[in-house]
Design a protein around this ligand. Structure first.
Ligand code: ATP
Ligand code: MG
Length: 750
């Protein structure tokens, strides 16, 4: 024990202390919002480290977001100083699993520099898999398959585990087969999707008893925050790592389980005692975060849910303001009003970093962004995919990914003709065909093609430049700091010049975004660490310094707290979401209600709930009615006001100018030319299909192309082989004379 008790320990209440000091054996801390679960968990880590019960590298600590991990690391530093340094295994499930997988990648057929695909890449790949199976993508959309695969992965199921019945959820029973095919493609690309990080981890740990024992020995203590939102795969992975020692401490709140759509299972909490016999269950009841009004309002709403474990919450705080409910005319007014209130708070001395706007749906943020830009109110968007989803950022990342891993076919596809360099559909189809025929990566195939006459001179020159550049950048990567390298790449590949030539305001913004990207890279050790961060975080909240208002989804706000919280869009169809209403089930409505509970309980001092009478949804004005959750707020803790003055509240503006179905087009059928080209290529006989057959039987016999043999080439027609050099042939074509071509594009005649 420590000589004298430090503040971080003496300030805890008795049950919190118990959670800290009970280091051996399983512990479950089950308690409501703001009761100090995360605080106690952090103190437990500090206690273990300060007493040298384990080294930093022997602790496995799982947080729900990367941001939470950063915060915990920081707090530990302030609590126990340098003793907290290290902690390589403090992070989210995904971040930790990714790191472990890099060590054992070869056990699941990957290389340690594997790429982590984002959802966009995943969809592109699935489209190809669906097309290859000759299925109609319109009837069997990639998105649906992606959803199924995610669900299986969240349950920890590899293709062979998928129950036959579930396979019928897609393409008349081909679901599992396509899933298997997709996994094969991922392996060829040296890539993993999000779900794979844990799934591969499970497979490795289950198959290799020696490794499992090693990891179990390593992790002396395991801790998990936000335990109510773990899914089956995460749970299984965790059990594999905890081993027999059972030094596992989980903390959670069943009322804050809001990720069932991602496979989270609250039942994990309920069965904790069964899985870990002798578990100490610790309950915390004192809330230290919010005022009595806020706490009572949140408790009133969540009380409407059934099947809760039920918890008492109290606070020693006094006073505070009632929860404010404001009715406004429409979305723009909502944004205007929130902007004004925030400016008022700032004038009264509140720091902007203590203000957050929590939205139900990602698209709600734009209205606030527009308004805040107009009035010059600094803000940041957290937890979304916004920054890294912008086209120019994705392009830049594709270049970086290719430099990091030459096998990254999706990245290659993305940038081969970006900026435009005359490598259109035809050239791309050619590269793809050659890659398939030889079973090599696109980069490799491209390198082969430029040594031949397969491409027109200009395209060939440009491709040669690209291939050469990529090689050079790769060579530079060892010696050049990665932000500088990124800068060089963006300039040398012509991307920056193309944007500079474009005089639109949009292009200027894109240049700024690229500059921001380079800045963002600086805090990472190397390119790979940065790319990993991007695939895992995808938010742009790193621009430290200036105080900013935070805009984020309710989902992303879990575990956080702010003095002032604005909760806009509390309308039926928006919150609860239309989806939850359509599904109709009590379960989805209750999950929405838990989300409302999470939202209100983020506030320390003041919560403002807003609802608009009119909303523009996909270009159409619709009138809306206040959320049922507004009515569920206990009246004595609420103060209502409205800015509506006259005018029928069910007024429907005749302003609808958009196509109501426009949104349905988005995100589907917008495949880039590359995919179209590739699938056309597949159907072209003699090039891919014919060649693929040869490959599966062991490759074409060299002898077929002996000097003097007559051959047919797709583009150059008939000719006679003059020389053979590995997979390259010099052919004297009847029409065009001598050319150097690839054997994969040539068929012997007769
Ligand atoms: P959530 O369920 O929202 O994740 P939580 O249970 O993890 O909440 P914390 O975030 O750990 O709660 O704590 C909420 C607030 O209460 C924090 O500001 C924390 O510093 C404060 N707090 C927690 N325990 C104590 C304590 N014993 N004394 C004083 N303040 C405390
Ligand atoms: Mg917490």
């Amino acid at each position: 024990p420590l000589a004298s008790e430090p503040d971080w320990l003496s300030s805890l209440n008795p049950p919190q202390r118990e959670a800290v000091l009970t280091t051996e054996g399983p512990v479950l801390m089950l308690a409501g919002a703001g009761t100090g679960k995360t605080k106690a968990l952090t103190a437990r880590l500090a206690w273990i480290l300060a007493n040298r019960l384990a080294w930093p590298s022997e602790l496995l600590a799982v947080t729900f977001t990367n941001k939470a991990a950063r915060e915990m690391r920081h707090r530990l530093g302030t609590m126990i100083g340098p003793a907290a340094e290290g902690m390589p295994w403090l992070g989210t499930f995904h971040a930790i699993a990714a790191k472990m997988l890099r060590r054992h990648a070869e056990l699941v057929g990957l290389k340690s520099n594997f790429t982590i695909l984002d959802t966009d890449d995943q969809l592109r790949l699935l489209k190809q898999v669906i097309a290859e199976a000759n299925l109609d993508e319109k009837r069997w959309p990639a998105k649906a398959l992606a959803g199924l695969i995610d669900r299986w992965k969240n349950k920890g199921q590899v293709p062979a585990d998928v129950p036959a019945g579930e396979s019928f959820a897609f393409a008349d029973g081909q679901g599992a087969t396509l899933y298997a095919r997709y996994q094969e493609r991922l392996a060829t690309l040296n890539a993993a999707d999000f779900g794979d990080l844990l799934l591969h981890g499970i497979v490795i740990l289950e198959r290799h008893a020696d490794l499992r024992a090693e990891w179990q020995r390593k992790f002396k203590y395991c801790l998990v925050d936000e335990y109510q939102d773990t899914n089956a795969a995460q749970y299984r992975w965790l059990k594999l790592l905890v081993g027999e020692r059972h030094n596992l401490c989980c903390v959670g709140d069943d009322d804050q389980s809001i990720y069932s759509w991602r496979g989270a299972e609250v039942s994990n909490i309920l069965r904790f005692e069964k899985d870990f016999p002798g578990a100490r269950i610790i309950r915390l009841e004192q809330n230290y975060r919010s005022t009595p009004h806020i706490l009572a309002a949140a408790s009133g709403v969540i009380a409407k849910n059934s099947g809760r474990l039920g918890k008492t919450l109290w606070t020693a705080m006094n006073g505070g303001e009632k929860v404010n409910v404001v009715g406004v005319w429409d979305g723009p007014e909502e944004a205007r009003l929130v902007g004004e209130r925030i400016e008022r708070l700032a004038r009264e001395g509140a720091g902007l970093e203590q203000v957050a706007i929590l939205v139900r749906a990602q698209h709600q943020t734009r209205e606030f962004e527009d308004r805040f830009i107009a009035i010059g109110l600094p803000y940041r968007i957290v937890g979304g995919f916004r920054f890294y989803e912008r086209a120019e950022i994705r392009d830049a990342l594709a270049y970086l990914r290719l430099v990091n891993s030459a096998d990254d076919a999706l990245a290659f596809e993305r940038i081969v003709n970006v900026p435009k360099r005359g490598l259109g559909d035809k050239a791309q189809a050619l590269i793809a065909a050659h890659a398939r025929a030889t079973g090599s990566s696109l980069s490799h195939a491209a390198a082969g093609i430029i040594e031949t006459d397969e491409l027109p001179a200009a395209a060939r020159r440009n491709l040669a430049t690209l291939v050469g550049d990529l090689r050079r950048w790769r060579a530079m990567a060892d010696t050049t700091p990665h932000p500088e390298l990124a800068q060089i790449i963006l300039e040398e590949c012509g991307y920056v010049a193309a944007l500079q030539a474009d005089k639109s305001a949009e292009a200027a913004g894109r240049l700024d975004n690229l500059a921001e990207l380079v800045r963002a890279m600086e805090v990472y050790d190397d390119l790979q660490a940065f790319l990993e961060h991007v695939s895992l975080v995808m938010d742009n909240d790193r621009s430290e310094g200036e105080a900013k208002v935070t805009i984020m989804t309710l989902h992303a706000a879990k575990g956080l707290e702010f003095d002032h919280i604005f909760l806009p869009g509390w309308e039926e169809g928006l919150f609860p979401s239309q989806r939850a209403l359509d599904e109709g089930g009590q379960a989805s409505l209750e999950e929405e209600r838990r989300l409302a509970y999470v939202g209100i309980t983020r506030a320390r001092r003041r919560a403002t709930i807003l609802h608009a009478a009119n909303r523009r949804v996909y270009g159409q004005w619709t009138s809306s009615i206040p959320s049922r959750f507004v009515a569920e707020l206990p009246a004595e803790h609420v103060e209502s006001e409205t800015t509506l003055s006259g005018g029928p509240s069910l007024w429907r503006a005749a302003l609808g100018d958009g196509d109501p179905f426009a949104h349905l087009e988005r995100g589907s059928g917008r495949g880039p030319g590359w995919e179209r080209a590739a699938s056309r290529g597949v159907k072209r006989p003699g090039v891919i299909e014919g060649r693929a057959t040869h490959v599966t039987v062991g490759g074409r016999a060299r002898g077929e192309f002996a000097v003097g043999v007559r051959v047919f080439h797709q583009k150059f027609g008939q000719g006679t082989v003059r020389a053979v050099d590995a997979n390259k042939l010099t052919v004297s074509f009847d029409a065009s004379g001598d050319k150097l071509v690839l054997d994969s594009f040539v068929e012997p005649l007769g």
